[in-house]
Design a protein around this ligand. Structure first.
Ligand code: GAP
Length: 476
């Protein structure tokens, strides 16, 4: 699939997401709540497809990776050990004039300067202004911890403070010994988890890109010390291949390789997988070689051994880890941005040259504008739409039901009997359904249907009995 020549307009994408039920603002009838989003009927299918594709690739297709579903609220000591209580913070500044609040590093970045790191914390470079009112009267940057606090039990006191997890990874580290005891795995092996994470972001922004509640897919791959570099390289390659398979081509992605001075003190390597969003190149996933930092910290804080005994070499050691950590919501947004197209297509839904629409220019004669989501079939929320040609002909509707029932056993299908057939095709194009199947009067006599391809709009005639195998070649 070729990339769009023109950058997708985020306004157009956000509007389609709402109009067609991909993504809604959370609590919209109460005017929403900043940084929280709900996924509608199509959005939750898209997210399921992402999670399923990840789980299949990471867990089901490998013998040495197992899954975990740990709790969101854990013992507060987990976050002391992980360092989140002391240092999971962003630098925050307030405008003294309009009282708007900003992430200091981002405010600086927007104005083409870099936040200054000092021994005590951070300092704003001279001249940085409030991006809302332009005032230079800003407070000094101060650390703002991103964890959401709550209380466990009926009494709100210091001893009952707990946190919503800001990442799923720590749930894996604290269950390392239990999983090792039951999973009959030898190092190298991995534990994978998908689940919600919460961060009280100072400035949620760019639609779902930076949210306060989001979903992560994280793998902790435990390995023998000294093999970190080789496994890190392996996982970067594996993950890049996965992104291509779900419809994000190499030319839309970049790897950001951390310099030595950018790495956390315990990490030996880190690569961010970046996607070319309409608002810039931004991170989808971080792949870090974290050494034994996490397990050693939990060993220290819990007093329990998290060592591994190698039966063959008779060595005991705390395993090192490589952690590919991806965000479901960011990947969903990248897939939507990549798939979104405005095209000029031959009028009347006839196959022919499809032209990329040029913003602001009139539609050429003989063409019409269509909006289409060119999802990779594995990511499409609905795989096949079934259309009896006329809704007032019971024999067409009954035959259509037969086809629908046959296909629905295997794929998520959509039934649509209303409106002109061209309009029905367009409705499915707009939500990215790869195939449309039309039942007409010929179907009643020869048991064949018209199969329409979303991208080329080409139509072929196929026997009903041949449909499942034909579709399976691209849909499975
Ligand atoms: N355990 C490592 C970790 O959590 P991270 O880079 O902070 O690393 C991993 O997060 C991924 O989680 C990111 O690459 C991103 O896809 C997703 N993510 C992080 N913060 C997010 C936010 N506020 N909104 C949406 N996704 C977020």
């Amino acid at each position: 699939m070729q990339r769009n020549q023109h950058k997708v307009s985020m306004d157009a994408l956000v509007s389609l997401c709402k109009r067609r039920g991909f993504i809604f603002q959370s609590s919209e009838i109460y005017d929403g709540i900043n940084g929280f989003w709900d996924y509608g009927p199509l959005g939750c299918e898209l997210k399921r497809n992402i999670r399923d594709a990840w789980w299949r690739d990471i867990v089901h297709r490998r013998e040495n990776i197992v899954g975990l579903d740990s709790s969101i609220i854990m013992h507060p000591k987990v976050w002391e050990a992980s360092g989140h209580i002391s240092s999971f913070a962003d630098p925050m500044v307030d405008c003294k004039a309009c009282r708007k609040r900003f992430r200091a590093d981002m405010l600086c970045e927007e104005q083409g300067v870099k936040l200054i790191k000092t021994e005590k914390g951070f300092e704003l470079p001279v001249g940085v202004k409030c991006s809302a009112c332009g005032s230079k009267e800003l407070t000094a940057p101060r650390a703002f911890n991103l964890m959401f606090k709550t209380f466990v039990g009926p009494v709100e006191e210091a001893s009952s403070v707990a946190y919503l997890r800001p990442e799923t990874a720590q749930g894996i580290f604290v269950q390392f010994a239990n999983v090792l005891a039951v999973a009959r795995q030898k190092i190298p092996f991995g534990i994978a988890q998908v689940g919600k994470a919460f961060r009280n972001e100072i400035n949620p922004r760019n639609f779902t890109f930076r949210s306060r509640e989001f979903e992560q897919m994280e793998l902790e791959f435990f390995l023998k010390p000294g093999t970190d570099a080789e496994w890190h390289t392996y996982w970067v390659k594996e993950r890049m291949g996965w992104y291509e398979r779900i419809g994000l081509p190499a030319e839309s992605l970049q790897q950001y390789v951390y310099g030595k001075d950018e790495l956390a003190h315990y990490a030996s390597a880190c690569v961010d997988v970046m996607y070319d969003f309409p608002f810039g190149m931004q991170e989808l996933e971080g792949i870090a070689a974290r050494g034994d930092f996490d397990l050693s910290q939990h060993q220290k804080f819990s007093g329990k051994s998290l060592e591994y005994f190698d039966q063959e070499t008779k060595e005991k050691f705390v395993p090192h880890v490589v952690e590919p950590s991806a965000g479901v919501d960011r990947i969903a947004l990248a897939i939507l941005c990549e798939a979104y197209r405005e095209e000029w297509v031959p009028s009347g839904d006839t196959a022919g040259d499809v032209l990329e629409a040029e913003p602001g220019k009139p539609v050429p004669a003989g063409y019409e504008l269509r909006t289409v989501l060119r999802f990779a079939p594995c990511m499409a929320p609905i795989k096949v739409a079934v259309f009896p040609l006329l809704k007032n002909k019971p024999e067409l509707v009954a035959k259509g039901r037969e086809v629908f029932d046959l296909l629905q056993k295997r794929w998520n299908c959509f039934w649509d009997v209303t409106g002109a057939i061209g309009r029905r095709y367009r409705r499915q194009d707009e939500i990215g359904t790869p195939y449309g199947v039309t039942i007409d009067f010929d179907t009643l006599t020869d048991n064949t249907v018209t199969l329409r391809d979303r991208d080329s709009m080409k139509q072929i005639r196929l026997a009903i009995a041949a449909l499942p195998d034909y579709l399976s070649a691209t849909l499975d």
